[in-house]
Design a protein around this ligand. Structure first.
Ligand SMILES: [Zn+2]
Length: 349
């Protein structure tokens, strides 16, 4: 029985512009909406309109000063927030909807086991820090959603970030907390430069961040190796109550910003692994929150692959031909995490 997926979006997210020639542009979301209008399994999707994230929800992640700063951009036709990030008069409104979409997608997924959801908003969120916008991101949408789920009574949330860039803002938001397990697969070296393998959390959260930096050029095989050898066993050990995915598609082979070689089939299999993890642990979700992805075809193909993957349900792909350098990276990560999880966590290594 194919699973129903709740798709949350809002046309206000189409009005935000960073400025001429910027890769994070309205056409990104338009291409996904066009794909949805032609999607062959429309009966499996339930579309809902986003609401604004509330001030209280945003305050769980961001400072009042940062929220105020974003609010003030609505008075200007152009505000530059950092070298890569700018706003128009509609950007603040879009940011409230993008964060609200992530919260709503999470709330819906948590209302009934076996419900997956996809928050299709922009601006993206995972680089946004507590007190500043960064890297095309104004509010940290997925962090706001996770913080809201924690406030609602959950205690173990897993966030998987497969955007090609490291999700610094999300990691930093929860670095000190064992209530969020943050796992990132990203290209290194690449913006923003964080996400080294030894960044495993701080204080009580030590051992609850897993960063897997990969060199450019990695394709489906290496991504599936990381998923099967590290993300899946760590997730099974953590037993999350909710799984959130920072779903960027800039690791797609067509992407002009990232340098990876992941295909639609790769995102499809990664989704089925995440879906397997949700079933095995009884976690709510998966909830996908759109991050990057700058080739319009690659982006819509990636989102479509996720929808097909959750609909087709739990399944593990055949184990790929293991890559020695990736195995070495994962062995190093396992060593760093073993004091907190025990030996043999990544048992395939
Ligand atoms: Zn990205």
């Amino acid at each position: 029985m194919p699973q129903r997926t709740v798709v949350v979006t809002d046309t206000q997210c189409l009005l935000h512009r960073n400025g001429q020639g910027h890769p994070e542009r309205p056409e990104r979301l338009e291409s996904v909406l066009t794909m949805l209008s032609e999607y062959e399994h429309k009966e499996q999707l339930e579309h809902i309109t986003a609401r604004n994230a509330s001030h209280e929800e945003l305050l769980r992640v961001h400072t009042a000063e940062h929220i105020q700063h974003i609010n003030e951009t609505a008075r200007e036709t152009f505000t530059r927030l950092d070298p890569d990030t700018a706003t128009n008069a509609h950007s603040a409104g879009a940011a409230y909807k993008a964060a609200g979409a992530a919260v709503l997608a999470t709330t819906r997924a948590c209302s009934q086991a076996g419900t997956s959801s996809f928050a299709l908003g922009r601006p993206p969120g995972h680089h946004a820090e507590r007190d500043h916008a960064m890297g095309f991101c104004l509010f940290n949408n997925i962090a706001v959603a996770a913080a809201t789920a924690l406030a609602g009574g959950l205690h173990r949330i897993m966030i998987l970030d497969w955007d090609v860039h490291h999700g610094n803002g999300t990691m930093n938001t929860f670095a000190g907390s064992p209530e969020v397990l943050f796992c990132s697969i990203h290209q290194s070296p690449l913006y923003p430069g964080t996400g080294k393998i030894d960044e495993i959390g701080t204080g009580a959260g030590t051992g609850y961040s897993l960063n897997v930096p990969l060199p450019g050029g990695c394709g489906d095989g290496i991504y599936l190796q990381v998923m099967l050898d590290a993300i899946l066993p760590l997730g099974l050990a953590y037993k999350p109550e909710l799984i959130l995915v920072s779903a960027g598609f800039d690791a797609h082979e067509r992407d002009p910003v990232g340098g990876m070689q992941v295909t639609g089939a790769g995102f499809y299999h990664m989704t089925r692994i995440v879906t397997t993890l949700a079933l095995e642990t009884g976690a709510y979700g998966p909830v996908f929150v759109l991050e990057g992805g700058y080739d319009l075809t690659g982006l819509s193909e990636g989102v479509r692959a996720c929808l097909l993957g959750v609909a087709d349900g739990p399944d593990l792909p055949p184990y790929p031909e293991p890559d020695a350098a990736t195995r070495s990276t994962l062995t190093s990560a396992a060593k760093l995490l073993s004091p907190y999880w025990g030996e043999g966590l990544f048992h395939n290594l």
